[in-house]
Write a protein that binds this ligand. Structure first.
Ligand SMILES: Nc1nc2c(c(=O)[nH]1)N[C@H]1C(S)=C(S)[C@@H](COP(=O)(O)OP(=O)(O)OC[C@H]3O[C@@H](n4cnc5c(N)ncnc54)[C@H](O)[C@@H]3O)O[C@H]1N2
Ligand code: MOO
Length: 392
């Protein structure tokens, strides 16, 4: 039953009726005689003998009869049997498959599992991720006054938040100074904590004290240590195998040595760490989703490295389209200077434009592919609301 009102025999039509009983949600339905009605609440089971419901708005309560029984006037008759009644099984057929194996379980899916009483289901194990910042100049964000050359640790807080956003179990490994000893100790802590994915930032480039690559070469298999991309050139990836011992199974830990520049670390997290986590969490199709967007301004391309240009996608009417036209397109608005230390270029960015390495300027209005790095629910609301299609 789907409305508050009166359960009726639809052929009784309009008129004055005795309210024989109340069929409230959660109680066993009674039996209704023709010529009478029963009060029914949304979610109540339709009494035997009734075949429709008249909503409360279509009735008036009358003074009780001489016998003290409640009475009601039905002003608008039910259209026929089944009016405002939801048949048992109309939402989910008996035997229907409510979830496919291998699908993502979000809030609605949890609700479906609860509905069918599936309180225990097999899921992939939540990956365990750890985040480590490195660098002698990197200090805790709580540091009030920065000393010469110091910088607050933006990467760790940012990547911990991003890691939590993936649903992974997350461990904060703090900040390691630029010494092989400290880095080795942190690596050991990650191994002991049975981390599946370790993310480090900083210390992967060419500096005299960039020891992360050295550490990984010593303890793991480095699969790549440089990528032709902007930002993120020194991105390093290694796999560390821990052999099994005395009843302990062997394990492998994926290690992503992300560049220290905050934007580089965030962009490479999205492009490489996120799909890896999704794969470990059992996603069938990991990776960022690609859409097309129209650029709102000219962009000078990098002639050497393909660039992941941070933008905020808006939904807008195509330029020149008449006022009130239904439909629109994604428009990419740049986030300002794209230098990899400028974290402001990530603020409110919901996509990365995939720009080719070509010696030219891409004119405004070009259509380019864009990888989504957040869902679009925080997308700016247009000044002129997008029209909705109205049924005619
Ligand atoms: N000779 C070369 N130098 C550099 C190259 C190169 O190819 N040859 N690559 C450049 C590129 S591209 C990048 S990106 C950076 C990345 O280097 P590292 O990963 O070694 O990072 P660091 O040098 O440690 O730091 C870079 C930059 O980022 C700041 N930083 C580091 N950690 C944090 C943190 N947790 N929070 C905020 N900011 C952080 C750090 O202070 C530096 O300013 O190398 C170029 N050099
Ligand atoms: O490639 Mo680096 O990540 O820009 O500064």
């Amino acid at each position: 039953m789907c409305q508050d009102g009166y359960a009726v025999v639809s052929s009784d039509g309009v008129g004055k009726f005795e309210v024989a009983f109340e069929a409230l949600a959660g109680s066993a339905p009674g039996k209704l005689q023709p010529g009478t009605v029963a009060y029914i609440g949304t979610g109540g089971a339709l009494p035997e003998g009734a075949d429709a419901v008249v909503q409360i708005e279509n009735t008036d309560t009358l003074p009780p009869g001489p016998d003290g029984k409640k009475r009601v006037r039905i002003n608008k008759a039910a259209r026929g049997p089944g009016d405002d009644v939801r048949a048992v099984g109309s939402d989910i057929r008996a035997g229907a498959v409510v979830l496919q194996a291998g699908g993502l379980v979000g809030a609605a899916e949890v609700g479906l599992l609860a509905t069918v009483g599936a309180t225990s289901v097999q899921v992939h194990q939540t990956p365990h991720m750890a985040v480590l910042s490195t660098g002698d100049e990197v200090v805790e964000p709580t540091t009030k006054t920065l000393g010469p050359g110091q910088i607050r640790d933006a990467n760790r807080a940012m990547l911990l938040a991003a890691a939590r956003g993936t649903g992974a179990q997350v461990t904060d490994l703090g900040i390691a100074r630029d010494t092989v000893g400290q880095l080795e100790a942190c690596l050991e802590r990650a191994i002991q904590a049975k981390v599946d994915v370790l993310i480090t930032t900083g210390g992967v480039s060419m500096g005299a004290r960039d020891f992360v690559k050295l550490l990984l070469e010593r303890h793991a298999t480095v699969h790549f240590g440089k990528v032709k991309m902007k930002p993120g050139k020194p991105l390093t990836f290694a796999i560390l195998d821990t052999p099994g011992s005395a009843g302990r199974p062997s394990r492998c830990m994926l290690v992503f040595g992300l560049p220290g520049n905050p934007v580089s670390s965030m962009v490479t997290f999205n492009l490489t760490v996120l799909p890896a986590i999704q794969r470990l969490a059992g996603w069938k199709e990991p990776g960022l989703r690609r859409v097309h967007a129209r650029t709102s301004a000219a962009i000078r391309l990098d002639p050497e490295r393909p660039e992941y240009h941070r933008v905020t996608l808006h939904w807008a009417r195509p330029a020149g389209a008449p006022e009130g036209q239904v439909g629109g397109e994604l428009v990419a608005v740049g986030t300002g200077g794209q230098i990899s230390s400028r974290l402001l270029s990530m603020r409110s960015a919901n996509a990365l434009l995939e720009l080719p390495a070509v010696e030219k300027t891409l004119p405004a209005g070009s259509v380019v592919s864009a990888l989504l790095i957040s869902d679009l629910s925080g997308m700016p609301v247009p000044e002129t609301p997008a029209s909705t299609i109205s049924a005619s």
